[in-house]
Design a protein around this ligand. Structure first.
Ligand code: SAM
Ligand code: SF4
Length: 326
């Protein structure tokens, strides 16, 4: 296992399969977003080589993300290869769900274990406004397909944006009454690209929780109020599922962070909200040995920043969320 200089074990890698996306969520990227040509992204074999290296360093948990991971060519084969890498115990994916109706079963058969599906509102008009052109029905069908394929427990991610969907959190929370799903409310974070909106229209977890309690009853804290990963969990009275609150801005969980991120263009990013990055693609294409790459990765892990500086007004502006991999 690799440790950083604060003695945190780092063993969870989020791999972004592409910066491309079939939606344009307003909090994630500008409408006129330009994407990298595929040749500048990690190729399949490069992803597999790096995955093997990370696995040998003790990484056992992989989440595939993006951009939108399901638009990556060959995504099913990529999942199959990663899932069969010795040492990798868990392969999951964060997706907007648009393509899951078709892909959920092949992905599950290839070894994908679970999915987090992003859904910020159940209202078709508001969904279109938030995603710029998405159809909420596609996501809904994707969620049902994922459940049927056994990609469970299903987690739904909702970013809450003032003026767009802060009232919709009640309908989303209500889903947990009849479905064994975890509905997670995420505080919007600032990056490059859409920063004014991200700062000015963020809604705190506390406000969301109060809104849900006022409409649906008192929330019972789970796990004695301890964090489950990045989320604090609650349950509505007699609910089949849970609610999760991810308070990255108002209550950071940096002390318990075990993550590193590999961007689609082959850069190792040790904190979502810090600009510190190490390029792995360049040395890899210049013929670096496994040992060279291992040293680069270990050095990056050792220097993982302690946490983000949002409270001090520091914003990492060098990439949008989709260019990092959420
Ligand atoms: N396209 C996939 C999706 O939307 O689930 C995966 C990539 S997306 C960047 C990963 C997650 O980041 C999504 O749940 C998305 O809602 C969230 N996200 C995007 N921009 C964000 C922001 N500014 N603050 C907080 N979460 C954000
Ligand atoms: Fe695409 Fe996901 Fe970003 Fe939305 S949040 S624009 S679906 S990458």
């Amino acid at each position: 296992m690799a440790y950083d200089r604060f003695a945190r074990p780092i063993h969870y890698l989020r791999i972004s399969l592409t910066d491309h996306c079939n939606l344009r969520c307003i909090y994630c990227m500008p409408e006129n977003m330009t994407f990298r040509p595929s040749a500048e992204l990690l190729q399949d074999e490069e992803i597999f080589r790096l995955t093997r290296l990370f696995a040998k360093l003790g990484f056992d948990k992989i989440r595939l993300t993006g951009g939108e991971p399901t638009v990556r060519a060959n995504v099913v084969e990529i999942v199959r290869q990663i899932a069969s890498t010795p040492g990798i115990r868990s392969v999951t994916m964060t997706t907007n769900g648009i393509l899951l109706k078709r892909l959920a079963r092949p992905l599950a058969e290839a070894g994908l274990q679970r999915v987090n599906i992003s859904l910020d509102t159940l209202n078709p008009i508001k969904f279109k406004r938030l995603t710029r052109w998405g159809d909420v029905e596609d996501v809904w069908e994707g969620i049902l397909a994922a459940e049927e394929a056994g990609l469970t427990p299903i987690k739904i991610n909702a970013v809450v944006v003032r003026g767009y969907n802060e009232e919709d959190v009640v309908d989303l929370a209500r889903l947990s009454l009849n479905h064994p799903w975890q509905i997670r409310f995420i505080e919007m974070m600032p990056f490059g690209g859409a920063t004014d909106l991200q700062i000015g229209q963020m809604v705190t977890s506390e406000e969301v929780r109060k809104r849900i309690e006022a409409a649906l009853g008192t929330l019972e804290p789970l796990l004695d109020g301890q964090l489950d990963g990045e989320a604090r969990l609650y349950r509505l009275p007699n609910a089949a599922g849970d609610l999760g609150f991810i308070s990255s801005v108002s209550a950071p969980f940096c002390a318990a962070c075990t993550r590193a991120r590999l961007t689609a263009d082959g850069v190792l990013r040790m904190c979502l909200l810090r600009e510190y990055e190490i390029n792995l693609l360049k040395p890899l294409r210049q013929g670096a040995s496994d040992e060279d790459l291992r040293q680069l990765i270990l050095n990056a892990i050792w220097n993982k920043p302690w946490g983000h500086g949002l409270a001090e007004g520091e914003i990492a502006r060098n990439r949008t969320m989709s260019q990092i991999g959420g």
